[in-house]
Design a protein around this ligand. Structure first.
Ligand code: TRP
Ligand code: MN
Length: 454
């Protein structure tokens, strides 16, 4: 294994091979943007990251459940109060379904307020008879299929910072200002959801919650005087991909002296950048935030144990979340050896299931899609693997939007291939719409419930 120096600085990653970094045309221009961001205020505070870590420690102990959800990639164009609010609504609805059905606290983490950068399997894409740079997310370039649009522009890093700040600001306002109060459970339902089967099922649950709240109010506990009923913590997270940007927002906490990446509460690294010898692992090992790492079907026991050792040598509960993305056919066989090895080694990780990325394919019309049945199938396999190994299926990591899009097939209203063209709006991977997200929450709660019973 690597001989990693014990010392760590926000710049240490620069001495390691960094995959998936854009080809910036002008290094001086990049430096200017990075310095500008380094002078800006942090987006989150260390104390918030510590509080998320404490909640995740509860998940790793089997006493809470993680819901991590949001866009595949946030967009500079689809940026409005409406789109933020609609996304939050779905997350709140799913959280309330999971909390009510499972009877354990749900830790809510958005893929939001910073989820812009995308790893790509090829640095270039063939358009007509030219190879142009691949789209890497709006923090790097534009999605339009022309060479000019695909030039990496450092100004976009600065714009991503500002969009993250506004998104986080509105998120804080909504989650602390009354929008998320439990006596508003009915109000989170959108029109296009309320008429569907899962919408009706939600209405039933919301009515039950209202009855419980009326009972508690009669006993002297109302939402006005009880912040727990009125407010909710929705933490932010994104893939730590562009290390210059993450470095610029990494600050020393004055209270503890530890380094925190203040671009989000939680950061993760992907299946393509989790190389033990690479720059991304080097960067993440040094920040004190709770961190995540995706693990795909090719992950070996040695690799996963190496990641645990390097990313969480002190074995702090809540520090490391392993997010498996195996694909429906491989989830049980792929996951079980990893669960066993990590448990035997005494690493207190959170296990979360990303049922999206191992189940993506191209429909006959060329659209990238995912089938709801495969997504649910992977969650089921995940729960079964945990039951067999005696570990806690700690959470789910999903890509969704609040809009009524048609990007994933199936679900209770059975979207088909032909529907994909109606509203296919993602700038990257296909996302669940509000109805599909809600159905997924109900069915996940049922699967985990049987896990706990059995
Ligand atoms: N604060 C509690 C929690 O976060 C209860 C709560 C308030 C809640 N508003 C919510 C739960 C919205 C889910 C969704 O769990
Ligand atoms: Mn994605």
């Amino acid at each position: 294994m690597t001989t990693r120096p014990a010392a760590w600085e926000p710049t240490s990653w620069r001495g390691f091979p960094a995959l998936q970094q854009p080809d910036w045309p002008d290094e001086a221009d990049l430096d200017r943007a990075i310095k500008q961001i380094a002078g800006y205020p942090p987006l989150v505070f260390a104390g918030e990251a510590r509080s998320l870590q404490a909640s995740l420690a509860q998940v790793s102990a089997g006493n809470a459940f993680l819901l991590q959800a949001g866009d595949c990639a946030e967009s500079f164009e689809d940026f409005s109060a409406d789109s933020i609010r609609e996304k939050l609504r779905v997350i709140l609805q799913m959280a309330v379904v999971l909390t009510y059905s499972m009877g354990v606290p749900v830790v809510k983490v958005g893929r939001m307020a910073g989820q812009f950068a995308k790893p790509r399997s090829n640095p270039t894409e063939r358009i007509g008879d030219a190879d142009i740079p691949s789209f890497r997310g709006h923090i790097v370039n534009d999605a339009a299929p022309t060479a000019a649009a695909r030039v990496a522009s450092p100004d976009r890093l600065v714009q991503a910072y500002h969009q993250s700040a506004s998104t986080l600001n509105l998120l804080r306002a909504f989650t602390k200002g009354g929008f998320a109060a439990l006596d508003r459970v009915h109000a989170w339902t959108q029109e296009f959801v309320s008429s569907s089967p899962e919408g009706r099922r939600y209405e039933q649950l919301a009515t039950d919650i209202e009855r419980a709240l009326a009972f508690m109010r009669a006993c002297g506990m109302d939402t006005e005087s009880n912040p727990n009923l009125r407010e909710v913590d929705v933490f932010t997270s994104h893939e730590a991909l562009l290390l210059g940007y993450e470095e610029a927002l990494t600050r020393r906490d004055s209270l503890t002296g530890a380094w925190y990446d203040c671009s989000a509460h939680m950061l993760w690294i992907g299946e393509r950048t989790r190389d033990l010898e690479g720059a991304h692992v080097e960067f993440l090992r040094g920040v004190a935030n709770p961190i995540g790492c995706k693990v795909g079907p090719s992950t070996t026991v040695d690799e996963v144990l190496g990641l645990c050792e390097v990313l969480n040598p002190a074995r702090i509960p809540g520090r490391l979340t392993l997010i498996s993305r195996m694909g429906v056919d491989r989830v049980e066989s792929g996951l079980r050896p990893l669960l066993r090895a990590v448990t035997d080694a005494g690493h207190p990780v959170v296990w979360a299931c990303d049922p999206m990325h191992g189940n993506t394919y191209s429909a006959p019309n060329g659209r990238k899609t995912r089938h709801f049945d495969a997504i649910m199938g992977e969650i089921q396999g995940f729960v079964l693997a945990h039951r067999a190994e005696g570990t806690w299926p700690g959470g789910i990591h999903v890509e969704l939007t609040g809009e009524n899009v048609t990007e994933c097939l199936g679900g209770a209203d059975a979207l088909s291939d032909d529907d994909l063209d109606h509203r296919y709006e993602t700038v990257c991977d296909p996302r669940l719409n509000g109805r599909q997200g809600l159905e997924l929450a109900f069915r996940t709660a049922e699967l985990v419930e049987t896990h706990r019973m059995g």
